[in-house]
Ligand binder design. Structure first.
Ligand code: GLY
Length: 381
């Protein structure tokens, strides 16, 4: 089906790599996915699954549009995945609440609401009574809230399982290998070498998330300037329905799960490939959550963990072709990988299938120049 011919090899079995593999397989391609770890672990497992481009206050217009397209795609995407593999990912698009705790922050929410309405986004400014009516667990010092109705969340761990099942049902092989290297000649990617030998591929895609700059065998001109940005998370055991909608408070977000867990995240730390949850990180999250909602102090902390987001120097993903013919990038999604999975899958599949990369110009590796970008110059908000 694709312009480049032959099998597609996707390196990285996170939500991005699996979504792309599923999309390509549905379009008739033969796809193999390789990962050093379990599929859909790493950041795909660690996140809270928030689908919230407006709450994230994305300012880059091209990125915001891609996020909006992906958010619109989500219901159909989750349905297609469930139809193929039989696992439902528990998508909930019933709004995300942003709570304010002083008059300045409330004013800023009102200004944000006006900007969103000018864009045609449905949102509701709630006064103190309205905020407490919607989310009674918020503390008495809440001054108001902004509810963005199109946003929500997906259970990202379920989505991972759903995508693995859907990929397998569509004939995708998802393989775990402790050594994975791309092989290429001067012009093109040839395939992948694992401990089991060489597997040729008509197209190779680097979907290695925070590890994308470390893929072995890639020429320097094709290495994306991606660095890990750690996010620590905790979970509390709360009665189901205690927190009704995903809610942001200063310094943290809280996302309920159907099984009674309340996820609280996330720190933003540049500490290399360190994946430990630390006392300092957990303290910061609990401090933010309990300041906003002292009632949470009564519940048990059931889990703590950390994941690595793939950060880039300008905060935008790196999507599309590289100087090597038939070698593509699908990485650098930073805080929005789960949200961007459907749109990334579609755009990269289009690029592989027809060579059309016009929609991906803003996200091209080429924006970093032929010299590339020094990884140490990267900064993260
Ligand atoms: N998407 C939220 C985070 O990365 O923490």
């Amino acid at each position: 089906m694709q312009q480049h011919g032959g099998d597609v090899i996707v390196i990285g079995a996170g939500l991005i790599g699996l979504s792309l593999a599923f999309e390509l397989a549905e379009r008739g391609a033969a796809v193999r996915v390789y990962d050093r770890g379990e599929p859909a672990r790493a950041a795909s497992w660690a996140g809270a699954g928030m689908l919230a481009p407006y709450t994230e206050r994305i300012t880059n217009e091209a990125l915001l549009r891609l996020c909006e397209e992906s958010l619109r795609d989500y219901p159909a995407f989750v349905r297609r995945v469930a139809d193929a593999g039989g696992v439902d990912a528990h998508l909930r698009l019933d709004g995300v609440v942003y709570a304010a705790f002083d008059s300045q922050e409330f004013l800023s929410l009102q200004r944000h609401a006006a900007a969103l309405r000018a864009r045609g986004i449905e949102c509701e400014v709630l006064d103190r009574a309205g905020a407490l009516k919607g989310e009674p667990w918020l503390g008495p010092s809440v001054t108001g809230a902004l509810s963005k109705k199109q946003e929500g969340f997906v259970d990202n761990r379920r989505l991972g399982r759903a995508l693995v099942a859907a990929c397998e049902a569509r004939g995708v092989s998802v393989e775990r290998s402790h050594s994975i290297a791309m092989e290429c000649d001067a012009r093109r990617a040839l395939g992948v070498r694992t401990e089991r030998g060489f597997i040729p591929g008509g197209v190779v895609v680097n979907a290695c998330g925070a590890w994308a700059a470390r893929l072995v065998g890639v020429p320097a001109s094709c290495v994306p300037p991606v660095e890990p940005v750690k996010g620590q998370m905790i979970a509390l055991g709360v009665p189901t329905g205690f927190v009704r909608r995903a809610t942001w408070v200063p310094g943290a977000y809280l996302v309920p799960r159907d099984d009674g867990r309340l996820l609280i995240g996330a720190t933003v730390e540049s500490s290399g490939f360190d994946e430990r949850a630390t006392a300092g990180g957990i303290h910061a999250l609990l401090d933010a959550a309990l300041t906003a909602a002292p009632a949470l102090g009564d519940f048990t902390m059931t889990e703590s963990w950390a994941g690595l987001r793939p950060g880039t120097p300008d905060g935008l993903p790196v999507l599309g072709p590289t100087p090597l013919a038939n070698f593509f990038l699908a990485t650098g999604h930073y805080r929005n990988g789960i949200l961007l999975a459907p749109a990334t899958a579609r755009s990269i599949a289009d690029a592989v299938e027809s060579g059309d990369v016009s929609r991906l110009e803003t996200f091209a590796l080429a924006r970093f120049g032929t010299e590339g970008v020094s990884l140490s110059r990267m900064t993260h908000a």
